[in-house]
Ligand binder design. Structure first.
Ligand SMILES: [Ca+2]
Ligand SMILES: [Ca+2]
Length: 185
């Protein structure tokens, strides 16, 4: 069994902190509902929309999988220890593309559709919305965006975002820029 390196564990803890959006010390279904409602607010889209139903479906599936694989004591809450064990198994199974990528692409495309652009560019204002949806300080969004926009283009592409997210999720390289995906780690 692989064990997370200290760097990977630090990032797993940061991810837990981000997903525990109501800050009650566990990740539970309600955190995902709150995140979904935040998306509805910041994108925005209505709670009666197809978009809401689509994203809700992805989140509920994700939550069911998390419960199944991570909730060892079956209390429908994920403790930080359960989360870390879960992240460990995700890396072992190399499941980024199956578990994580679909929701990310769905969200990026929400912004793309809204702007009617095919090759969507994520500028700092959209990046700030990502952070607001996860309850992270906007100021940190700007600092992080500047770090990630290495070529100083003023935008990030979908490919760059998904590459950084993947690095956050699984990289063991201290110098990987994606480590900063959620502002700090
Ligand atoms: Ca929580
Ligand atoms: Ca539990």
């Amino acid at each position: 069994m692989t064990v997370l390196t200290p760097l990977q564990e630090r990032k797993a803890r940061r991810m837990f902190e981000v997903f525990d959006i109501n800050n009650d010390g566990t990740v539970e279904r309600n955190d995902f509902n709150l995140i979904l409602n935040k998306w509805a607010e910041v994108v925005p889209f209505s709670r009666q929309s197809e978009t809401y139903r689509g994203l809700n479906y992805l989140y509920q599936n994700r939550w069911k999988k998390i419960l199944f694989f991570a909730d060892s004591d079956k209390n429908e809450q994920i403790s930080v220890e359960e989360w870390i064990a879960y992240c460990n198994s995700l890396i072992e199974q190399d499941s980024y593309e199956e578990d994580i990528l679909p929701i990310t692409c769905y969200i990026i495309r929400l912004f793309a559709d809204q702007n009617k652009k095919e090759d969507f560019k994520i500028d700092v204002s959209v990046f700030e919305k990502f952070y607001v949806a996860y309850g992270i300080d906007k100021e940190l969004a700007k600092q992080t965006f500047d770090k990630l926009d290495v070529e100083k283009k003023g935008y990030l592409t979908e490919d760059e975002i998904t590459k950084y997210w993947r690095e956050f999720y699984e990289s063991n390289d201290e110098n990987a820029l994606g480590n900063w995906f959620f502002g700090r780690y």
